[in-house]
Design a protein around this ligand. Structure first.
Ligand code: NAD
Length: 487
């Protein structure tokens, strides 16, 4: 079947990609509307159960030849993929803005992440060297013990809607570069972006069956998780779905990047102005719909009032509006469930004595950047992931109290500490139970070359940097005795 590019189709329709062929899925049709305008922007045709089986079979068939292909050859198509992203950048950017409601700058960040994964991860794979360890049992023998990184096999990849370009690529790239084959089920909320990305990867020129795409809701992802011939599940999404997947996957290799409830700490010696700017990025970037969002602001008594006043001023002046307008600083919420949860958490908190000092209103899917004070650690807004544009402020008066509140969470993804003392920042960073802790930096800073992931219910395993290559390979031991055979 000939390839019709996404742009040529008007309202973009996402299809399945099975064994090197584009197929219009025979299942349910799902339409996606622009969250800023309500206008139809894209649709997908879900794969049928048989199409999912065909995708896994194609991957299985391609598996051994791809694993045996030299890594330098395996990574070549990613170089072409970089050029393809550049040639389709405007189309990709417009689609991300229209499907997710991202501002221009936020869509650029998504594409920056995508390019970084295509550029740097294959280079890491090229240098992902094994090692030789000394034999302990017979130190004088001619035995040699070699440790290599073996691909896992067929990897089922499931991705969320909030970074529809960067996040799929942070799993697909290391998986394929390290010798695995992939069946990807993109988010049902971003079929247009996923279609463009799938076309870019398909056009980069991997052999048939190495990269496959199926479409649909969670039930299609669940079929991949449960399929006896998928060897690994790589998932980025909510903790609730991650728990379902962990139970269903049984003894398969798992990569789970899940939700967060980032503590953002402002100590009494903090640069308050810098902390306010970092909070704006942490709490209001993508209207708060980021796993690394600053979801709990722990602010010392001594700077609390100054911090809140400055943050409220900043929140009131943030330009909320149409993401296609270059001046817009914050767009709409992407999905109704984010709005519903934001409203419910604000209602629960104000019902228990918290006070809204800036924002608090909404129209359609647009919610004001909101600052909430007198929040206590027991409130739902402090315990759960809100995924909305709210900065909930909890006051503290001692380091011990701050650490107790910061670590009293089911989540452990990203935290931040603002202090002028580097020594103190370092010591506190070591005591906060998160996979990443930034000192004097927003929670939403993602270092693309460093392993990233969570503690506790924020996940298992690491993406990005060499962490990704560890996640998508198993260490394999091969021993060889040079003394045998004797003749
Ligand atoms: P989600 O869990 O609803 O869905 C994620 C993906 O999983 C989608 O493709 C969905 O169709 C699929 N899915 C749903 N049920 C499934 C099942 N039973 N089996 C297999 N697949 C299934 O999450 P979402 O709403 O798309 O994304 C938002 C969530 O993702 C937030 O909680 C956010 O914190 C998290 N997230 C985490 C990271 C990270 O790196 N830790 C990054 C981005 C987003």
């Amino acid at each position: 079947m000939g390839v019709v590019t996404a742009a040529e189709q008007g309202v973009v329709a996402a299809r399945s990609y099975l064994n090197g062929e584009w197929v219009t899925g025979g299942g349910e049709e799902i339409e996606v509307k622009n969250p800023a305008t309500g206008k139809l922007v894209s649709r997908l045709n879900s794969s049928t159960a048989e199409e999912v089986v065909a995708a896994v079979a194609a991957a299985r068939e391609a598996r051994r030849a791809w694993a045996a292909t030299p890594v330098a050859v395996r990574i070549e198509p990613f170089r072409r993929a970089v050029d393809l992203v550049e040639s389709r950048r405007d189309e990709l950017k417009a689609m991300i803005c229209q499907e997710v409601g991202k501002t221009q700058a936020e869509a650029d960040d998504d594409i920056f992440g995508l390019l970084a994964n295509f550029l740097h991860t294959p280079e890491d794979a090229l240098r992902h060297a094994g090692k030789i360890v000394p034999p302990t049992w017979t130190p004088n023998s001619k035995r040699r013990v070699l440790i290599t990184h073996a691909p896992v096999g067929v990897v089922a990849v499931m991705s969320p809607w909030n970074f529809p370009a960067a996040i799929p690529s942070e799993m697909i790239t290391p998986a394929i570069a390290s010798g695995n084959v992939v069946v990807w089920k993109p988010s049902e909320w971003t079929p247009g972006t996923s279609q463009i990305l799938a076309e870019i990867i398909a056009d980069a020129g991997f052999p048939k069956g190495v990269f496959n795409v199926v479409q649909g809701r969670g039930n299609i992802g669940a079929q991949l998780v449960e399929h006896p011939e998928t060897d690994m599940v790589a998932f980025v999404g909510s903790t609730a779905t991650g728990e379902v997947i962990a139970r269903a996957a049984g003894i398969k290799k798992l990569l789970l990047e899940l939700g967060g409830n980032g503590p953002f700490v402002v100590m009494e010696d903090a640069d308050v102005e810098a902390a306010v700017e970092a909070t704006v990025e942490g709490a209001f970037y993508l209207a708060g719909q980021v796993c690394t969002a600053a979801e709990r602001l722990l602010v010392h008594d001594a700077v609390h009032d100054d911090f809140v006043a400055a943050l409220a001023d900043r929140a009131r002046t943030l330009k909320v509006g149409d993401p296609m307008d270059a001046a817009t600083e914050m767009g709409p919420l992407t999905v109704q469930s984010s709005l519903d949860k934001t409203i419910a958490h604000l209602g629960d908190a104000t019902g228990q004595g918290a006070e809204i000092v800036a924002g608090g209103s909404h129209h359609d899917l647009f919610h004001d950047p909101t600052v909430l004070v007198d929040v206590t650690p027991e409130m739902a807004i402090a315990r759960e992931e809100t995924f909305g544009p709210v900065a909930p402020v909890i006051r503290f008066s001692s380091e011990e109290e701050m650490l107790r509140i910061a670590n009293d969470s089911d989540y452990g993804l990203t935290g931040a500490i603002f202090t002028k003392s580097l020594e103190r920042g370092w010591e506190l960073a070591e005591q906060i139970d998160c996979g990443t802790v930034h000192v004097n930096e927003t929670t939403n800073y993602w270092e693309l070359l460093a392993p990233f992931g969570g503690m506790k219910k924020s996940g298992i395993g690491r993406v990005l940097g060499d962490g990704a290559l560890e996640s998508f390979t198993n260490s394999k031991q091969i021993t060889y005795d040079r003394a045998r055979p004797k003749a």
